[in-house]
Write a protein that binds this ligand. Structure first.
Ligand code: TRP
Length: 450
């Protein structure tokens, strides 16, 4: 029987750590602060928090229920309810492909920075920026680290659910939290950091544009691992008696907390050391090293930080590879080993192109961006919201939100205080309409500006 042979998580805590491991990653510590820096600091934070609650948690509950009910990953889940919707699942698989290919390149950077910490970073902002720029544009070194990172990802997914994904997440996530807490304290006590705190916490609503909304929405999907089947697939491995509303609130809460704390580390430091908050993807790799080099025992903190960032990235990367591999296993009958090795290798090769586009191939432009930024922006801002929209519509209208609610409440045996609101209003109307509005506004059809 299909049902019995399918792997599951060993415990609810195992699922929470694995799902938190998936959610918490480079998206929180690298991507969130740089987006907040580019899109107005506190204004972005404010919009982001609102979207996490109204769209993020709502879609999260939907995906976990959908996955557990169908016991399939992306494409199979859609198909098992309505055959015609299989292509909807494929958008997610494509997004996973694109995200993992550049994600693994950045994962490789964390390994490089871990080693660098032992010999020290540059205290001078310009030197720190030059170091970063020279490293990522090198034709060979980032690719070697990308290979190491992708190799580790493949290794864990190859080992399956309980001995791979669950075992590693249980150890890595708690350690990350403690270290982040220490760094927050350090950053908040830096002289001159108050200005950064104000930038991050005092909203200037005039800075909210359609682009801010879209970037925040894309980030919510990205950081919660929604819209491409990571959470859906993990849901498919969740035991039938676990509490979906609970886990679906705990995980986004932990994820948001870590992102918020990453901002508390980065923005005071950015202002204390005279950096530019809107500089984009280099923020965590330029600013933080400079902070480490200025603090006592900075080498040690720096090494620990980049090691944990590596682990956080790894637990996310495995959740990006798993749905792609699960798709090949379920739909094309491949063995786990074959699916993981072949798909992992192709993703690695796409990542090589992404890495080269930061240096040797930077002149080749995709819709105005280099290939790396193209992958980042297209997957985050277009594919994830589109696939999130399609998934929420499917859950609410095709599968039917009353069926989804039945799954989420284990056939009505557990309490889900706002379950009716979720099923009749939030997943049915609010989430799809908001996602659509944000889209239309971002392409200029609806003007936003307060
Ligand atoms: N959420 C992870 C992060 O913030 C990245 C990630 C894992 C992801 N799985 C995903 C992003 C699925 C989008 C979709 O780093």
């Amino acid at each position: 029987m299909e049902q019995q042979s399918r792997e599951t998580f060993g415990s609810q805590v195992g699922f929470v750590f694995a799902a938190a491991g998936s959610a918490i990653g480079l998206g929180n510590i690298w991507r969130f602060p740089y987006l907040a820096g580019m899109y107005g600091g506190a204004a972005f934070l404010f919009v982001y928090l609102a979207i996490v609650v109204v769209v993020g948690v709502v879609c999260f509950i939907g995906e976990v229920s959908f996955g557990r009910h169908t016991r399939q990953s992306n494409v199979g889940a859609f198909k098992s309810i309505n055959k015609a919707w299989a292509p909807a699942g494929l958008i997610g698989i494509l997004a996973g492909f694109m995200i993992l290919s550049f994600y693994s390149v950045v994962g490789g950077w964390t390994i490089r920075y871990f080693f660098q910490a032992f010999s020290g970073f540059f205290a001078d902002p310009v030197a720190s920026g030059d170091f970063f720029g020279a490293f990522i544009s090198d034709p060979l070194m980032p690719i070697i680290y990308h290979a190491l990172f992708m190799g580790a990802t493949i290794w864990i997914v190859y080992n399956g659910i309980q001995d791979g994904i669950e075992k590693y997440s249980n150890i890595m996530m708690p350690a990350l939290f403690v270290l982040i807490l220490i760094l927050v304290v350090r950053s908040l006590t830096l002289p001159g950091g108050q200005e950064g705190l104000a930038f991050y916490l005092k909203p200037d609503f005039s800075k909210i544009t359609g682009e801010t909304l879209l970037a925040a929405l894309g980030q919510v999907f990205f950081t919660l691992s929604l819209g491409m089947g990571s959470i859906l697939t993990y849901g498919s491995y969740l035991g039938k008696d676990e509490n979906i509303p609970n886990v679906s609130t705990i995980v986004p809460f932990m994820d948001t907390l870590i992102a918020f704390m990453a901002g508390l580390i980065i923005f005071p430091a950015v202002f204390a050391y005279g950096f530019e908050p809107g500089q984009g993807g280099g923020l965590a790799f330029v600013t933080l090293p400079a902070v480490f080099s200025a603090m006592p025992a900075g080498n040690l903190f720096g090494a620990a930080f980049f090691f944990l960032l590596f682990l956080a990235a790894l637990t996310s990367a495995i959740s990006l590879l798993e749905p792609v591999a699960a798709y090949m296993m379920e739909e094309h009958g491949w063995t786990r080993n074959k699916a993981v090795l072949i798909m992992g290798s192709i993703i690695f090769l796409v990542g090589v192109v992404a890495s080269l586009s930061n240096g040797a191939w930077s002149h080749i432009s995709f819709f105005g961006d280099n290939f790396f930024d193209f992958l980042d922006n297209t997957s985050g801002n277009i594919l994830l919201p589109v696939s999130g929209l399609v998934t929420s519509i499917f859950i609410a209208w095709v599968w039917g939100s009353e069926h989804a609610l039945k799954e989420a409440t284990n056939d009505g045996t557990i309490t889900f205080a706002w379950g009716k609101l979720w099923a009749n209003v939030l997943i049915k109307y609010v989430a799809p309409i908001l996602i659509t509005l944000v889209f239309l506004s971002s392409i200029g059809i609806i003007p936003v500006g307060i």
